[in-house]
Design a protein around this ligand. Sequence first.
Ligand SMILES: *Cc1c(COP(=O)(O)O)cnc(C)c1O
Length: 420
Amino acid sequence: MEPLALDGGPKTKSTPFASGKRFGAEEAEQLLEALEQNTLFYHFGHKVKHFLADFNQLYGVKYSVATSSGTAALHVALGAAGISVGDEVITSPITDQGSLIGILYQNAIPVFADLEPHTYNLDPKSVESRITPRTKAILVVHLAGNPCDMDPIMEIAKRYGLKVIEDCAQSYMTKYKGRLTGTIGDYGCFSTNDFKHISTGDGGIVVVNSGDEADYETTHAFADKNYRRLGTQLDRGTKHIAPNYRMTELQGAVGIAQVRKLPWICERRKVIGDRLNQVLASAQGIRTPEVRPDDECTYWFYMFRLELSELSCTREQFCKALEAEGIPNRAGYIPQVCYMQPLFQNRQAYLGSSFPFDLTETSYEPGLCPVAENILETAVQIPINEFYSDEDIRDIGLAVLKVASAYSTRSKGRVSYVEE
Ligand SMILES: *Cc1c(COP(=O)(O)O)cnc(C)c1O
């Protein structure tokens, strides 16, 4: 075997990664049309409505609401679900901060359940163990394009009378047993920030799955100061507060063009991730992400775990060696599980106040979710891009195999690269 690039050997990746343009004439044309409407207000223009209609058609749903961000989409879903002061919402400790902000703005309390070791998604058994009389909802996060095990989660929700909100910010066109994630729980929330599968700069969508008109109107109003605009007459007689999270026509316009690219983007990411999973399946010291046979993952990023007992290196050495081979990567995802943030450790969501934490017994001690903590200590993340060429995918696979093999405590010097 060639020596590692880190030790002066040849670099695995000798050509630049393929890249491409996310935005083009399609977006420009939509934007110009938006401006020509002479209004950028979603309720008077047609772009946001068109964007949502296209999204609804792609997802096979009746109702959705546009928002200013994914964080906003989640807050709106929580508001529509009736989450309020002192309620507990069970969620994942490995997620973006945007999953938690809406819970706390409703003065509700995030409760963290543990994860499955290889899907990095909520473990239904742990979810059930966290239920208390205050629990009102489960906010599932389909991490990195891989679906949560929704059947048992929906069963638990039904048994305890809980709402289910799906955070699909990282999981466009993801399928759980043939069903699109975002269409299974009560609400499905998406982000179109600039780092997701599709981008409108910033933005979000809430899918209302009940198909119930009143539910749709409540959700719609919660993104728009609780003004009721959907009836024949504007009703500003708001009964409780809601933020202004409206999407503008400019974002809607870009969204129309982006949604058309979504199937291609997701299909390509699925091919890339699945191929890496297949190539790395039996690599020494590597535990590939688990995608269940009936599921489809659209890989927002590719994250595997190291089995350090089979390797003679630390994770940091592994990452450095992979970087030296020409493969960008990073250790883990977020630096620590969410509950280790000062916000939870000090129980201070609002400056100078312990409200709403003092309403419950919920605790945030280290060790609360040992599997999740272990995932973040052993994971290696590789960015995935839909523009990557087949050669790029091969080089990523070869580089990971080379590094794993070099540090393997068992099969020294053997690299087997098999592509079906
Ligand atoms: C990106 C993201 C969000 C927040 O979306 P924004 O549009 O950035 O507000 C929420 N949850 C997850 C899992 C995300 O990846």
